[in-house]
Design a protein around this ligand. Sequence first.
Ligand code: MTE
Ligand code: HPA
Ligand code: MOS
Length: 769
Amino acid sequence: MSHLQVGQAFPHESAALHVSGEARYIDDLPEPKGILYAAVGMSSQAHAGLKRVDLTRVREAAGVIAVMTAADIPGENHLGGALKDEPVFAVDKVEYLGQSIFAVAATSVEAARRAVLLAEIDYEGLPHNLDIRAAVAAQQFVLPTKTLERGAVKPAIEQAEYQLAGRFQLGGQEQFYLEGQIALALPQEDGQFLIHSSTQHPHHVQEVVATVLNRRQKDIVVECRRMGGGFGGKESQPSFFACVAGLLAQQTGQAVKYRVDRDDDILLTGKRHCFDICYRVGFDAQGLIQGIELDYAARCGISADLSGPVNDRSMFHADNAYFLENVAIVSYRCKTNSQSNTAFRGFGGPQGMMGIEYVIDEIARYLQRDALEVRQANFYGKAGVRDLTQYGMQVEDNIIPELVDELVERSQYRARRAAIRRFNQSHQWVKKGIALTPVKFGISFTATFLNQAGALIHIYNDGTVQLNHGGTEMGQGLFTKVAQVVAEELQIPMELIRCTASSTEKVPNASATAASSGSDLNGMAAQAAARTLKQRLLDFLAAHYQLPVSEIEFKVGRIMVGKKAELSFAELAHLAWFNRVSLSATGFYKTPKIHYDPLTMSGRPFYYFAYGAAVSEVEVDTLTGEYRVQQVDILHDVGESLNPALDLGQIEGGFVQGMGWLTTEELWWDQQGRLRTHAPSTYKIPVASDVPERFNIHLVDKKPNREATIYRSKAVGEPPLMLAMSVFFALKEAVESVGNYQHSSGLRAPATPEAVLMAIEALRAKVKS
Ligand code: MTE
Ligand code: HPA
Ligand code: MOS
């Protein structure tokens, strides 16, 4: 069946407003009279006891109206989560450089920022640690170690023809949303608060603010019309900013805005987890893995935050697209004196996959084979053969082998690889590399209970529609996709639908918009609400015109009531209202089929998988380590696309963001534990000129999701980020051409030009000796 609304390339609902600058972000909202501005006093030490915190000069500073410390908090001093292990304001000790100790509200941003610097704090220095392996050695963890094992791993490795062991260091990543963290707290009557928060999870903000302010959830409304990007960095972290604004608003009775500048944002908030990966693998002459041990140690920072599910997801993606018959994965959740790491697009999946992809690349180098052949040798099979993941879920719809074959053809991988080998032989200083990597990404929150959503639809008596659901808009186009679903169900043009701000007042207890499942979940909830309304309208028309429902037809904008009447949607809405039909409905959805036992880490945590693959070609200047990505070919599976324009944008953006993670974005802490790359001057995200020169993206041709998702589409938000693994392995290959592909370069990620140059120099030294 073809659809008129769903599947069409509608522009993002706010595209015009984004480019004209009219789209309102929280800092653009009109400021109420008497508004105050917050700033936070941050620790200058990575780990220390707080011997004396004297805020006298802060209190006396010009423009300061209120000061808040842990002692002034009326509720509980923690940012939520099962462990309650991260305070809003530090008490007795600080555990990372930048941690918040107190907050002020002042009459201007300047006054607030100046005042917090006047605090007199005596620290009692304690030893700090940011090293992942040192944390493992000292057994410093935020959560217990987890293991996932299948088969007889040790004998499988030892009896294999070949063995390799090694270590791979993989950096983290700052989310670098363009709109920084921000909250605006507006006190209402009778102890209520309206909080505008730039958040992927309004309900979480509501819950935490209620706990910290000593209120109940009924008294707190959290609203978010849109974010200027979230990328996982606004899944849990916004509650801190909302609490600071809320606490100060409660204390002063005034509106309080807390907006941080970029440096403070980067210093305060968690990022993608850095990983330190060790492996031992046994394989045969074809590169088929017989047994593998993967040891994943993650830098979690000072508290658990989302580190549990992030690291679980890394274990669930340690197979990527490969059947690992005998596998043992250990996951250490290391406590370090750094920002509490959190969600970032892919949510541990990218780190999990980089482990196995690195091992496969090393196997290929060792066997002197094309890494693609080794990848293909290890792919999951068809139903019944080599199709069981290490967590016991069957891969029912594996399309990776065909998808990769098609991409090999489309990109002319083999011919280009041969040409690159010739090029490298005839060029001494400039070297090229090419790599193809696949992606298989599990869709659903691994915590089963989070896979639920609600929606609320009103039809007004002029035939226009307000649509609301529990999801949030962060640029990914969720509001547009869900509106398309409703337009399709009601057979009305898109312009009749207004998407309204996400609000805890409209849909309660909503999950975070995360795990790429925004449109899967909220699309279904909205569809349910729209179907309820349509059925009500059909029943009304049948009774009103005295004919069977089967004779009524909704066409776009016209409703044909048998031969008796033809109505516009506005006429229908008015008639239904006049006849006292309820024109408001809610919808609810929960993902079927999924179940998962966190203790044994087994079950079916994912409703389905999203697949894709990418080929990247790079050129490296081996005298400087600088490089360019010259061509990228992507083939990606979005099922039956809800909106191919938005999906293409997600693939382009996700890929480039992943490329930044593995190439130029480097988090660097100094000896004192100070993150020195806390501004765009030192932390380099990709810019327009870094986008691959030739960037060819194709969607897998109309392949409906085998599961009954919304219009058989597939989630697209996170999976494309991992396609950028191909850039890293193309760089690694170019580097290793320097040693005539005889040695591993041990290249680490991010492969900054500096890292590339160091790897090249090390290889040159090795070749000479
Ligand atoms: N795209 C834009 N433009 N901005 C974002 O912040 N976040 C990503 C992805 N794409 C993000 C984005 C992340 S981390 C997720 S989980 C999904 O969008 C969330 O939205 P969805 O579930 O509606 O795809
Ligand atoms: N993905 C993203 N966010 C999450 C998840 C997940 O699997 N679980 C909890 N929050
Ligand atoms: Mo996305 S990391 O699941 O917010």
